[in-house]
Design a protein around this ligand. Structure first.
Ligand code: VAH
Length: 323
């Protein structure tokens, strides 16, 4: 089985993580060696920054034609419906998240791909999970998205053992980024709050102020994803289910961090159906396995993320990129 990662296919390349992951991979491997795909017809990536194809991950033949056309050796399979949007259409969530993943894994085996990266999430846990989620604990998700993430983990592990396929994944916490809005997750509030703080000086949050969840700034998310992908397989005891943490905070703490830069910022709370999902997830994670097996170490905390987010968003509002 080839070990080099040289020709990469990204699915869900217009998603919150996919957008910035594609840019980071192109910077590292070269624009033309990273093929971006998404369900969207038009690319969301800068014109001329590398190949883009519209792709439905339920169409195995379309995936296969890209694998052969570009001699792909690695797939970052980012395409998925997230927790909140998945609860509005659980059957579609199952279909896309599971059949998309098994299409990628079957084609990876057929074409002897070097590696497949398939994200998991803190959504694998449920109400009985300890406040700090251990690496090994019972997985009782309460969302269809979480069910698909548990299934994705064990399906990936099966392909490692049954076919010798190199499948890797990490349990993303809420991801916060300035470049692409999240696509229908429960943790979207932690991103929207920064945009609204600059746009309107105020935000109505859809979870309570005492809601505490594990979160991660996008630069750390990209670092974790690519570091895991590049780790020596022989060093890994886990494959598809690494806990990765960086910080945990309540909405009230996040609002206070924003007020250090925007003193007049106001927030009110109007919890909706996403409160029950957030309440089912842990406050934090034990990521000692990721630290031991592939050297995971985050760089950002709430203050440095807040400063960077507000600086970057202010520029984009002032230059008219955002309104
Ligand atoms: C969601 N942001 O909220 C995603 C994530 C932390 C959960 O997978 O659905």
């Amino acid at each position: 089985m080839r070990k080099e990662m040289k020709r990469i296919l990204v699915t869900g390349a217009c998603g919150q993580i996919g957008t910035e992951l594609t840019v980071a991979l192109r910077r590292k491997y070269g624009n033309d060696n990273v093929i971006a795909t998404d369900l969207k017809q038009e690319t969301c990536l800068p014109e001329g920054s590398g190949p883009y194809h519209q792709l439905d991950v339920l169409d195995a033949d379309a995936i296969e034609s890209l694998i052969t056309r570009y001699d792909i050796d690695t797939v970052y399979h980012m395409a998925a419906l997230l927790s909140a949007v998945g609860e509005k259409n659980p059957q579609l969530c199952w279909n896309v998240n599971m059949n998309g993943s098994i299409n990628v894994m079957n084609l990876a085996v057929k074409h002897s791909l070097t590696r497949v990266i398939i994200p998991s999430s803190i959504a694998v846990w449920g109400p009985g999970t300890p406040a700090i989620a251990p690496q090994e604990t019972a997985l009782h998700p309460t969302t269809m998205y979480g069910v698909t993430k548990v299934c994705g983990e064990v399906l990936g592990d099966y392909y490692v053992r049954k076919y010798g396929l190199d499948v890797r994944g990490l349990r993303y916490p809420g991801i916060i980024s300035s470049e692409a809005l999240p696509g229908g997750g429960t943790t979207d509030y932690a991103v929207e709050i920064y945009y609204e703080a600059i746009r309107n000086g105020r935000y109505t949050c859809f979870v309570r102020e005492d809601t505490r969840l594990p979160m991660m700034y996008m630069p750390d998310c990209l670092k974790a994803t690519i570091d895991l992908a590049e780790a020596d397989f022989a060093d890994l005891k886990h494959h598809t289910d690494f806990n990765v943490g960086s910080m945990s905070f309540t909405v009230a703490e996040q609002a206070a961090a924003i007020r250090k830069f925007i003193p007049e910022f106001e927030i009110e709370y109007a919890p909706d159906f996403r409160q029950d999902i957030a309440d089912s997830w842990p406050d934090g994670v034990d990521d000692s396995s990721a630290r031991e097996e592939w050297g995971w170490s985050p760089s950002h905390d709430l203050e440095s993320m807040t400063r960077d987010m507000l600086e970057k968003l202010r520029v984009r509002f002032e230059t008219g990129v955002l309104v």
